[in-house]
Design a protein around this ligand. Structure first.
Ligand code: FAD
Ligand code: FES
Length: 278
């Protein structure tokens, strides 16, 4: 059992949990994730390690309530527990001193971009972070991102805060002013696809963190397969980070949509998709 020691409501649909998980906290590195089950019959859901505290033995995760399990999770409170957590999973981010880098977080993607920006800054990079959301209410961790960046730029689609417009346009502006040696982009699949299309002509090596459907997280079930540079890869063990310019985003987006009807039915019936929840 993993106790929730701190809960924060970041927006009506985005919540932060700090959870006791000493073994995970001891090994966690930027770019990695874990899989949790809320209870014995619960479905397994992957979430990124947004932060960790090795001394306290806790990890922080930020999740968006999109379907049955994440909505159920959002109702838990400080003092409640999560049944099990497996991880850290996935390959850590390749951290080197590249020079000047851009870290882009879109929506809930701000959470996974945080440990990456922090590690890149510690490695001596000049870190320019761009965070974006549909509107001001959906933005979070502005101060925390500023603390691990040399420069922070905030964008909203509707202009309710920061610069009005998409993060892709901001990347073009920043890249016009200085040489960018590498870029990380994490957010919704359409945003990552648009970022790949933006940075390819600019010649900026771009890394995205893919979030396909995952089941076992061990490379055995094949649920998370993606096509990268014409090769089949499993996001749980080969990724989740990949070279954005080699990812077949059309296929990845089609695969994520495969189970939409089942997810809608599960959410409507109050079931986890396979077995009745507690
Ligand atoms: C490596 C990785 C890291 C992730 N990190 C985060 C994070 O830090 N914060 C966050 O809010 N979300 C994250 N996600 C997405 C998160 O796992 C899904 O939102 C969650 O599983 C949805 O479960 P649900 O039962 O609430 O919704 P469902 O009703 O099952 O599904 C709602 C939506 O979530 C997607 N989804 C469903 N099951 C999975 C699954 N097993 N894996 C991936 N996507 C799924 C579906 O495509 C669907 O669009 C991550 C996904 C991956 C693969
Ligand atoms: S989740 Fe099963 S192979 Fe990746």
């Amino acid at each position: 059992m993993h106790k929730i020691v701190h809960k924060q409501v970041l927006s009506p649909v985005i919540k932060l949990f700090e959870v006791e998980a000493p073994k995970l906290a001891a090994k966690a590195r930027a770019g990695q994730f874990f899989i949790l089950r809320l209870h014995d019959q619960g479905e397994r859901i992957p979430l990124t390690i947004a932060d960790y505290d090795r001394e306290k033995g806790t990890i922080t995760t930020i999740f968006q309530e999109v379907g049955y399990t994440t909505k159920q999770m959002g109702q838990l409170n400080e003092g409640d527990s999560i049944k099990d957590i497996v991880g850290p999973l996935g390959e850590p981010t390749e951290i080197e001193n590249y020079g000047t880098v851009i870290c882009v977080g879109g929506g809930v993607g701000v959470a996974p971009i945080h440990p990456i920006a922090k590690a890149l800054k510690e490695a001596g990079n000049k870190v320019i972070t761009i965070i974006g959301a549909r509107n001001k209410e959906l933005l979070f961790w502005e101060e925390k991102m500023a603390a691990v960046s040399d420069k922070l730029i905030v964008c909203t689609d509707d202009g309710s805060y920061g610069h009005k417009g998409f993060v892709t346009e901001m990347v073009k502006q920043v890249a016009a002013e200085q040489e960018i040696n590498r870029l990380w982009a994490i957010g919704p699949m359409p945003m990552m696809r648009a970022m790949a299309a933006t940075t390819k002509p600019l010649g900026i090596k771009t890394i995205v963190s893919l979030n396909p459907i995952m089941v076992d997280g061990t490379g055995m079930c094949g649920a998370c397969r993606v096509s990268v540079g014409g090769e089949t890869k499993f996001a749980c063990v080969d990724g989740p980070e990949f070279d954005a310019h080699l990812v077949d985003f059309d296929l990845a987006m089609r695969r994520v949509a495969y189970y939409k009807d089942e997810e809608k039915r599960a959410a409507a019936k109050g079931m986890c998709g396979r077995e009745e929840a507690e």
